[in-house]
Design a protein around this ligand. Structure first.
Ligand code: NAG
Ligand code: NAG
Ligand code: NAG
Ligand code: NAG
Ligand code: NAG
Ligand code: NAG
Ligand code: NAG
Ligand code: NAG
Ligand code: NAG
Ligand code: NAG
Ligand code: NAG
Ligand code: NAG
Length: 536
């Protein structure tokens, strides 16, 4: 069988037959009709045999690859890989790279000797993208597959993928701060970029897209990346009073960290854990608030409780509260004239958390009545007894309670009757005198002074003015020193007795606040003169 010596010539002849008008004046070159076709590896493809003679049934076909016959119409030797269809097309099943090449379809009208080229096809085999993989470091993998990095770390992103013949890799990021945008793109087998000192706004979804430049097949892979940071400040410890005075709500908050840290409350001394997260309240700002209701069965008399915050990045910070028992202070001995108005006062500054402080008599809480008026001015709790009678004499308690426990100040009220006023003064005075005698200092000198004092201190005393006497032993507990203005020590190591005069002006019965102001021991200047005159 004769093959055409010059394929260009035969092709031109056929084309002339078909497209006479169009092609009569020119010769079409092989290159001009070359067709580029691609198939993907492993798939089946069909190469078309174009421009066939009209009567196909009388035509024989064969296909050449790179000038070598690779397929013929041989019904006795069918090929799995390459086969010629009835209309002359070449079917290639399971494409391999070795199938790449320049394919030509040739046909021969039956019984004619010349083979004519009808198709000139360049076949390429594309593969991929496959094996797309991401490498982000230094990062830690969470259980759900998300990665996290520490804020301010330098992060390296690497994407690699396999594609044939070539690929285009692109890194894109989708985050809260910006819209989607390309971070990097390139045509190598790997594509990397860096983020120096990564910030929270860089947190987002990082996607690497690989596109096969031949098949345009696109594959992407995404990785969620979180940027963690510990709060820069310390946690804040605070407390709130609870319904019951034996309970306290301990509150610990640690703001501005991501993700929310874990908090725990524990005793500093006992080391035992009082409360541990999970959080009660997490806000979008990464605030964790740990609230725990604690009572005195857990707490000790004096205790430091500490809240420790642990952040996943390894940062640990804490805050603490020094809890203190209540300690009400004030004058333990108060005397009043019958019919007058007397105010007992006590101060609670020690307690942490703040105590619930009440006045009590015979275990009964004293409430506002026509007889009593209870009021609070800052840390000072006052009990005003109107129209004092002999029945009011007795022990009053300033009872202070907080979650650590309760303490009370005992105040003894003695009432002098108006009739026995002179006697009362004498009685009180005798007792002072007796105590003064007990002092082992020169007795003579002091008795003389006492007489002067009698003249000075008590000449003002009369029922109309409603003066009050109270005795304060200077050997009392230290706490009382805070509330009683101190006098220079009289002698070394000897107890002295002071007489303190709280002057309650006669006209101030309706305005106890004023009288309280007047006797307020936080104004030493005001009371100093009286103390000086009373102390001899
Ligand atoms: C390719 O053709 C073969 C039969 O020749 C068939 O079994 C196979 O499923 C086909 N593959 C694809 C990807 O179509
Ligand atoms: C095609 O060839 C067959 C026999 O080889 C013939 O009978 C038929 O008429 C031909 N058809 C055309 C359109 O030429
Ligand atoms: C030949 O046949 C195949 C399958 O039957 C078809 O896909 C192809 O388009 C046909 N080619 C021509 C040129 O008609
Ligand atoms: C994975 O877990 C982290 C924290 O545990 C969370 O912030 C993130 O949204 C989770 N990601 C997904 C995709 O569930
Ligand atoms: C984050 O920083 C802490 C120390 O600050 C370190 O222990 C941890 O390994 C870091 N984590 C990552 C993912 O870099
Ligand atoms: C990127 O990762 C690939 C494979 O994961 C690796 O072969 C390549 O070396 C890496 N590129 C760089 C710059 O580290
Ligand atoms: C790769 O793709 C991106 C977007 O898909 C395009 O902007 C870029 O020009 C392409 N690069 C190459 C080399 O094709
Ligand atoms: C990744 O591919 C999926 C489908 O394969 C597509 O829905 C998604 O939009 C692509 N993501 C990106 C960022 O190109
Ligand atoms: C969370 O906080 C809000 C306000 O700070 C508060 O009203 C709410 O009770 C808290 N939730 C819990 C479970 O403590
Ligand atoms: C004062 O009121 C409380 C309840 O508010 C009550 O328990 C107490 O008995 C009252 N005291 C007196 C003396 O009535
Ligand atoms: C008692 O009454 C006074 C006013 O007369 C008021 O200031 C005070 O708060 C009241 N005390 C209580 C416990 O209600
Ligand atoms: C004081 O109490 C006495 C006896 O209880 C009473 O007679 C007198 O009227 C009261 N005075 C005032 C001002 O309430």
């Amino acid at each position: 069988m004769g093959r055409p010596d010059n394929p260009t010539m035969t092709k031109s002849a056929i084309l002339l037959t078909l497209y006479l008008l169009l092609l009569s004046h020119q010769t079409v070159s092989e290159e001009q009709v070359q067709q580029n076709v691609f198939g993907e590896k492993g798939e089946n493809t069909t190469l078309q045999c174009h421009d066939q003679p009209f009567n196909a049934s009388s035509v024989l076909y064969h296909w050449k690859k790179d000038g070598v016959i690779v397929a013929t119409q041989n019904p006795w030797k069918p090929s799995e890989h390459l086969s010629i269809l009835n209309n002359g097309s070449l079917r290639i099943s399971g494409l391999q790279y070795i199938d790449e090449g320049l394919y030509t379809c040739e046909c021969q009208i039956k019984d004619e000797s010349s083979w004519q080229t009808h198709s000139n096809i360049k076949l390429q085999v594309a593969d991929g993208p496959t094996s797309i993989s991401l490498d982000i470091r230094p990062a830690t993998l969470l259980k759900n597959g998300t990665l996290y990095v520490n804020k301010s770390s330098d992060v390296y992103f690497n994407c690699s993928s396999v594609s044939r013949p070539s690929q285009n890799l692109t890194w894109t990021v989708e985050n809260l701060a910006q819209d989607n945008h390309d971070k990097a793109s390139g045509s190598g087998s790997t594509l990397k970029f860096f983020i120096n000192r990564i910030q929270p706004q860089d947190q987002g979804m990082y996607t690497c897209t690989s596109q096969n430049t031949l098949s345009m097949r696109t594959v992407n892979k995404s990785q969620e990346l979180l940027v963690y940071y510990a709060p820069e400040r310390h946690p804040e410890c605070s407390w709130e009073v609870a319904k019951e005075p034996s309970d306290v709500l301990l509150i610990c908050t640690w703001r501005e960290g991501y993700p929310a840290p874990t908090l725990s409350w524990h005793e500093v001394l006992g080391k035992s854990v009082i409360a541990k997260g999970p959080t009660i309240n997490v806000t979008s700002q990464g605030t964790e608030r740990l609230e725990i209701l604690v009572n005195r069965f857990i707490l000790h008399e004096k205790e430091e409780v500490k809240c420790t915050g642990h952040h996943v990045t390894g940062v640990e910070k804490s805050c603490s509260i020094n809890l203190e028992m209540p300690f009400p202070t004030g004058d333990p001995l108060v005397a009043a004239l019958e019919g007058s108005t007397i105010t007992l006062s006590c101060t609670e500054t020690n307690s942490l958390p703040s105590a619930k402080t009440v006045w009590k008599k015979m275990d009964e809480i004293i409430n506002n009545t026509s007889k009593y008026n209870v009021s609070k001015n800052g840390p000072t709790y006052k009990l005003t007894i109107v129209n004092v009678t002999k029945d009011d004499e007795g022990v009053y308690y300033c009872y202070s309670e907080n979650p650590l426990g309760a303490r009370e100040l005992e105040v003894i009220l003695t009432v002098r009757t108006s009739a026995g006023n002179g006697g009362a003064i004498v009685g009180v005075f005798v007792s002072i005198l007796v105590m003064m005698i007990g002092i082992s200092v020169g007795v003579t000198v002091y008795t003389k002074r006492d007489r002067i004092c009698i003249g000075l201190g008590f000449s003002h005393l009369d029922d109309d003015r409603g003066d009050v006497l109270s005795l304060v032993d200077s050997d009392e507990e230290e706490a009382f020193h805070d509330s009683v203005p101190q006098l220079p020590p009289l002698t070394n190591g000897h107890a002295t007795t002071l007489v303190e005069i709280h002057r309650i002006p006669y006209n101030d019965h309706d305005d106890n606040a004023d009288s309280m102001e007047h006797t307020d021991q936080t104004h030493p200047d005001q009371t100093e003169a009286e103390h000086q005159s009373a102390y001899c």
